[in-house]
Design a protein around this ligand. Structure first.
Ligand SMILES: NC(=O)C1=CN([C@@H]2O[C@H](COP(=O)(O)OP(=O)(O)OC[C@H]3O[C@@H](n4cnc5c(N)ncnc54)[C@H](O)[C@@H]3O)[C@@H](O)[C@H]2O)C=CC1
Ligand SMILES: O=C(CO)COP(=O)(O)O
Ligand SMILES: [Zn+2]
Length: 352
């Protein structure tokens, strides 16, 4: 008899559309979050959404608190936990980009409180995922965390965000191609647990985004819709898998290493996009699909070279040759690639 059991944990309400921030209170009521939240945000998202949520809840007689965070780290999670305890928060809301959402998600998981995700940019696929991604010293953790009970994605706000945040979200989705290839490889070579449903959903999400690339344009609210839906779909794939495997392979290891070697130079999505070009070449060779990955990234204005990322050629090579060390995750990088091989793949793909 098949005895294995697994929990697929998903949000109950995913509300996407123009002006839906104004419906936040109704969304919270619908999932029985009737108390006082701690809103976790960063400076600009605080202005464009955080303060508005606080005002809306205060008008309804509630007493929300708000805290601003700057980086994704275990220290930041701890500070938010303390603030939630001090303010006696009933639940947490992550309002902003991937870092604010990850911190709020991880803090609410530790506190065993409800969590609501309010993305102000379509820059990453952690909007609905049951994962938190944070660095610690020389390693990068991808930890399990309760997914949001509800998501409120106001496409008016997302469409007004800087265009590069949207192109970063698109690149995070395009990187699903290599992530799934790595997952299948790890399943074949290391018997890593694998879900064909999650893998297919992840690939289909990337496929649909690439097929719609021509309609993804700056300032267009319809584009915000398309990208947010793809990010939700990719997050659902991670929830089905119970890991970030469907959306995170060697291209993510490369990006996480770049975060250490060249911190603050480029967005997560842009780094994983360039990583996907390199890793696709490693998977399928010179005449393989790396050109299609590069062209898809270029078609939505995402960086395809070290220069466009704002990092040096040496930093790219250092990140690529050490990426396998950052996490125990089997990928096309295996036990690591040599500097010669890294120089060749980076030169042939014109990343450097
Ligand atoms: N947990 C998960 O499953 C996933 C987590 N991530 C994590 O998410 C992080 C990357 O997320 P990002 O959003 O790229 O970085 P981020 O959270 O640092 O946001 C980038 C910048 O955009 C600003 N911003 C957000 N909305 C804005 C708006 N409407 N107008 C103006 N500025 C705005 C933020 O305040 C920040 O300064 C990484 O730490 C990555 O590891 C990424 C994918 C999946
Ligand atoms: O960024 C991610 C998926 O896009 C997930 O990253 P991690 O594998 O670090 O959790
Ligand atoms: Zn990512």
């Amino acid at each position: 008899m098949f005895e294995k059991s697994s929990w697929i944990r998903l949000p109950r309400n995913v509300v996407i559309g123009h002006g839906v921030l104004g419906e936040t209170r109704a969304v919270l009521d619908d999932v029985h979050l009737t108390g006082d939240p701690l809103v976790v945000t960063s400076p600009t998202p605080r202005e464009v959404a955080g303060e508005r949520i606080v005002a809306q809840l205060e008008d309804a007689g509630r007493s929300p608190s708000i805290v601003t965070v700057s980086e994704a780290s275990f220290d930041a999670v701890q500070r938010v936990i303390e603030r939630a305890e001090d303010t006696d928060a009933d639940f947490l809301m992550g309002v902003g980009g991937g870092k604010a959402i990850d911190i709020a998600k991880m803090a609410s998981d530790t506190l065993d409180l409800g969590f609501v995700s309010v993305p102000t940019a379509a820059s990453h696929d952690g909007i609905v995922s049951g994962r938190g991604s944070v660095p610690e010293g020389d390693t990068r953790h991808s930890v399990s965390a309760d997914p949001p009970l509800a998501v409120v994605a106001d496409t008016g706000i997302v469409a007004d965000a800087p265009w590069e945040l949207t192109t970063a979200g698109c690149a995070d989705i395009i990187s699903n191609y290599t992530a799934v290839k790595d997952w299948r490889l790890a399943n074949r070579l290391r018997n890593v647990e694998y879900s064909e449903y999650a893998a297919s959903l992840s690939e289909m999400t990337a496929e649909m985004l690439v097929d719609n690339a021509a309609s993804i344009k700056p300032g267009l609210e319809e584009s915000a819709w398309v990208v947010v839906k793809a990010l939700v779909s990719s997050g659902v794939a991670m929830s089905i898998a119970g890991s970030s495997r469907p959306a995170s392979g060697a291209e993510h290891l490369f990006s996480h290493q770049l975060d250490r070697i060249a911190p603050g130079k480029a967005l997560h999505g842009h780094q994983v996009g360039v990583g996907a070009i390199l890793c696709e070449f490693l998977h399928s060779g010179e005449r393989g699909d790396w050109v299609a990955v590069r062209d898809a990234l270029a078609s939505i204005d995402a960086p395809t070279t070290a220069e466009e990322l704002g990092v040096s050629d040496e930093e790219v090579i250092a990140a690529l040759t050490s990426a396998h060390e950052i996490r125990d995750r089997y990928t096309i990088l295996g036990a690591g690639i040599s500097e010669d091989a890294a120089l060749e793949v980076a030169a042939k793909t014109e990343v450097i």
